[in-house]
Design a protein around this ligand. Structure first.
Ligand SMILES: *[C@@H]1O[C@H](CO)[C@@H](O)[C@H](O)[C@H]1NC(C)=O
Ligand SMILES: *[C@@H]1O[C@H](CO)[C@@H](O)[C@H](O)[C@H]1NC(C)=O
Ligand SMILES: *[C@@H]1O[C@H](CO)[C@@H](O)[C@H](O)[C@H]1NC(C)=O
Ligand SMILES: *[C@@H]1O[C@H](CO)[C@@H](O)[C@H](O)[C@H]1NC(C)=O
Ligand SMILES: *[C@@H]1O[C@H](CO)[C@@H](O)[C@H](O)[C@H]1NC(C)=O
Ligand SMILES: *[C@@H]1O[C@H](CO)[C@@H](O)[C@H](O)[C@H]1NC(C)=O
Ligand SMILES: *[C@@H]1O[C@H](CO)[C@@H](O)[C@H](O)[C@H]1NC(C)=O
Ligand SMILES: CC(=O)N[C@H]1CO[C@H](CO)[C@@H](O)[C@@H]1O
Length: 781
């Protein structure tokens, strides 16, 4: 059983436990008001931008509340958040029965408890810190581009003094900007500038279980106290900063994906998480403020995914997309198990994480002269010339401690007297004790250093600060244990971390990156693309988060190295902003299509991309592949996914005509024969279909492409499919000319001879200049 499936089981058991508590106290908890989101579809068109009318809908919502809440509790007739710009609705304190009464009201699309969403850094899993902007090939020179693309970062706020947000040489704030720079006790209007053009904060409330717990009181400021928002914002659009490094590691010029564009920060999260209603409010504000792209490195837990209309990010992004605002999201860090990807709505751009061609090595030298390259970040002061005794957790167990616990360096499992002064070897065959905890356990016992043997996470460097730390896989681990068996006095040392460039296949899929298929529907391929998310250097708050993380005599660094799909997401945000700054008129779906059809499935060794265990990566791991922003500027053809496609998607998924009418506020009608199966037919830049029966004649899927290259172009189709799966494209030649900008074709899949299960392949259109690479997944039964 893998790490995450055990975690999954544990969390599930915990869930059952909590659920049973909830049931026993149900009668009481039913009556306790808690925050709910009431989603009411599209804002009525005549409401937009006219303050007076917005007030009107505010009072409509209050009226609706007062019809439900008993008069003696009139203090609850108040809106926590009110949504009125991009969409309509509110959040308020409601009892379960009030919530269910509201859900039957006219115009109410869905009512759901305000969910807690998570930040997608690996910090919580204690993979650690990051670096930025080293995305190969993303040098932004010689393009006629505008600098008024505005990127909204919905996250933990911002550290405005970071050099990444300086505004030298950047022009006036674009006139379309309607946002604000909110002041706080530690944040002044003057903290915003022509780079960081806006900042908002919200009362951050995080609810848990059936009881409302206010995890963080209002800090009353857009200032980042976590570091996550500063990091993601600087990856998306930080300016060039020379000689940035993390105490000398990853030294170089730091910059974001679109250094000349603008940033607006929306602080919705604390370290503990984010309230869904607050994220909805921030999306509503960002659309009103005039942003072009919204970056959200946040998501629901993959264990508790809800349907699209109870998912704040999906709801907010649906309306943002309709107003021409692109929303880019992280896929989550719950890999490598399948069905863990989150943020899977087709109007979202969902990003998986890959490594870059750099790693951080902490070399182990054994007493017999052998060297092993471990992974990790340390500022250790050990040297070659002195060796330390090497002990195995199991051999230095405390009294009455099972070997399995001591081997894993559980808290309390080691005999401190036998540990002090030695280097300790710990394994990770039990998921409950993280790397951070193992390190603290041996550090506490006054060990000299720690070697962790762990197959799963070794691609993600752990930042151990000044404590000598390194991590190896099972192969090297076995050799180290063998050496320890072979001698009475095994010794070793751990050398300081060095940075290794171009040492290995990259990109490859990060072990933690959440995998498809989507658990909500397999008929849209998710994640969409992959971008760097391991060991990314970017701006942070210059404060020490943990004791011992800063080398003695040094000040906390203003750049740090972090890993997570949180870091991958803003790379795509930055790339999208770059494309938007060149192609001002392109819609979100065109930009997304361009990045998907030009993505690569090959690594720097010109071999197919692999996962972190060196197997070829499949499309559920990497989507269309690693983004290539420069190629995406000139994709040749794009797939436009329009509002009707998304509305049809909602019909096919199973939502009612009433809900969909309220979301669209147009006279759109659901097709008569809606079914989940038809989801594959919406005009998406990839194809995924979950049901191809062997005895079925064929499955036919149409797509329409728009020519954005030269007027006269002739494309021919080339299919790559696994043996047995027959794929026909009709027509297999597309001729574009002055009057013909759009063409439709059919792809037919025949599964009679195909292998059961997932079949992965691609269809590439080529005109002599452009490769339009579209990937497909067909599940054969
Ligand atoms: C809810 O949480 C608060 C704060 O932890 C606590 O004081 C209160 O007793 C809890 N209420 C219930 C019903 O559990
Ligand atoms: C670059 O940074 C390093 C480490 O922070 C520092 O020692 C060095 O003096 C800096 N170089 C320049 C040219 O600023
Ligand atoms: C890599 O892919 C192989 C084959 O699909 C799979 O068995 C393995 O679990 C994957 N490993 C990771 C870390 O994703
Ligand atoms: C390394 O630094 C620690 C303090 O972090 C100090 O106690 C120790 O003596 C130093 N070791 C060497 C070999 O310099
Ligand atoms: C080391 O020795 C122990 C006890 O003799 C044995 O169980 C273990 O398999 C050996 N480990 C290796 C890696 O040889
Ligand atoms: C729906 O059914 C009608 C009649 O059976 C058929 O003509 C049409 O193609 C179907 N629509 C889709 C999208 O499959
Ligand atoms: C495209 O082809 C048409 C007809 O052959 C020709 O008249 C026209 O000049 C061509 N346009 C371009 C941009 O090459
Ligand atoms: C890569 C790196 O910065 N490693 C450092 C680890 O710690 C030693 C001693 O503090 C430094 O010399 C290395 O530069």
């Amino acid at each position: 059983m893998s790490f995450s499936s055990i975690m999954g089981l544990l969390q599930f058991l915990h869930f059952l436990f909590v659920a049973s508590l909830l049931i026993s106290s149900r009668a009481i908890s039913d009556q306790i008001p808690k925050p709910y989101v009431v989603y009411m579809g599209n804002s009525s068109p005549n409401n937009i931008g006219v303050e007076g009318q917005i007030q009107e809908s505010d009072s409509d919502h209050l009226q609706l509340l007062s019809s439900i809440i008993p008069r003696e509790e009139s203090e609850r007739i108040a809106l926590i958040h009110h949504f009125s710009h991009a969409f309509s609705g509110f959040s308020a304190m409601l009892t379960d029965s009030e919530a269910s009464a509201l859900s039957g009201e006219q115009d109410v699309v869905s009512v759901f408890p305000d969910p807690v969403l998570q930040l997608h850094t690996t910090r919580s899993w204690d993979f650690l810190e990051s670096d930025l902007g080293m995305n190969p090939g993303a040098t932004h020179t010689h393009y006629h581009s505008s600098t008024d693309v505005i990127v909204a970062v919905i996250d933990t706020g911002i550290w405005p003094e970071s050099p990444s947000f300086r505004d030298e040489g950047i022009g006036e704030i674009p006139s379309k900007w309607k946002g604000v720079c909110m002041e706080g006790h530690d944040f002044k209007k003057s903290n915003c500038n022509r780079k960081l053009i806006g900042a908002r904060y919200y009362n951050i409330q995080v609810t848990s279980g059936g009881n409302q717990t206010q995890i963080e009181a209002t800090k009353g400021s857009p200032r980042d106290s976590v570091g996550h928002g500063t990091h993601t914002a600087s990856i998306a659009a930080g300016v060039y900063v020379n000689n940035a490094s993390y105490f000398g590691l990853a030294q170089g010029t730091a910059r974001g994906g679109s250094p000349s564009n603008r940033i607006a920060a929306y602080k919705t999260c604390s370290e503990e998480g984010c309230s869904g209603a607050t994220i909805l409010k921030a999306i509503d504000d960002a659309v009103k403020d005039g942003v072009d792209i919204i970056s959200i490195s946040i998501g629901l837990s993959s264990l508790f995914q809800s349907d699209f209309l109870s998912d704040p990010i999906a709801i907010g992004a649906f309306h943002a997309e309709q107003k021409g605002v692109m929303v880019v999201c992280s896929a989550g860090n719950d890999g490598p198990d399948p069905l863990t990807v989150v943020n899977t709505a087709p109007w979202l751009f969902t990003v998986a994480a890959s490594n870059i061609d750099r790693s951080f090595q902490s070399t182990i030298v054994l007493g017999n002269g052998k060297y092993f390259q471990g992974t990790g970040i340390n500022f250790s002061n050990l040297t070659h010339s002195k060796m330390y005794n090497l002990v195995y957790g199991e051999q230095v167990a405390a009294k009455f401690t099972p070997a399995s616990e001591a081997r894993n360096c559980y808290p309390g499992s080691l005999d401190n007297n036998k540990v002090a002064g030695n280097i300790v070897v710990c394994v990770k065959d039990d998921p409950t004790v993280s790397r951070r905890i193992k390190k603290l356990v041996v550090q506490d016992a006054r060990a000299i250093g720690i070697i962790i043997i762990d197959e799963d996470n070794k691609d993600v460097p752990f930042d151990a600060g000044v404590f000598p730390f390194t991590e190896v896989g099972n192969l090297e681990g076995h050799q180290i244990l063998e050496y320890m068996n072979s001698t009475k006095n095994p010794t070793a040392t751990i050398l300081p971390t060095t940075e290794i460039k171009r040492n290995k296949p990259s990109p490859s899929v990060a072990s933690f990156s959440s995998r498809g298929p989507s658990s909500t529907t397999e008929n849209i391929l998710k994640p969409d693309v992959m971008a760097p998310g391991i060991g990314i250097l970017a701006a942070v708050i210059p404060k020490s988060q943990d004791p011992g993380s800063v080398p003695i005599g040094k000040k906390p660094s203003s750049y740090a190295i972090k890993s997570g799909t949180s870091m991958a997401c803003p790379h795509v945000t930055g790339a999208a902003a770059f494309i938007k700054s060149v192609h001002r008129k392109w819609s979100p779906s065109m930009i997304k299509s361009a990045l998907m059809t030009t993505a690569t499935n090959y690594n720097n060794l010109r071999k197919p991309v692999t996962n972190s265990s060196d197997y070829f990566a499949n499309l559920h791991e990497m989507g269309a592949g690693e983004i290539n922003p420069l190629r995406a500027l000139n994709p040749g053809l794009v797939f436009e996914t329009d509002v009707e496609d998304y509305l049809r998607f909602l019909c096919y998924f199973g939502y009612s005509q009433k809900q969909i009418s309220s979301m669209s506020k147009t006279n759109f009608n659901c097709p008569k024969n809606s079914s989940q199966d038809l989801i594959s037919t919406i005009n998406y830049p990839s194809i995924s279909t979950s049901t191809l029966k062997r005895q079925q004649k064929a499955k036919v899927i149409t797509r329409t492409v728009t020519n954005v290259g030269s007027l006269n172009a002739t494309y021919t189709a080339k299919v790559r499919a696994p043996q047995g799966l027959v794929v026909k494209v009709i027509p297999d030649k597309l001729v574009f000319s002055e009057g013909v900008q759009r063409m439709t074709y059919e792809v037919s899949f025949y599964g009679k001879e195909a292998r059961g299960g997932y079949n992965f392949g691609s269809l590439t259109w080529f005109d002599g200049h452009h490769y339009v690479h579209t990937v497909f997944v067909v599940k054969v039964e």
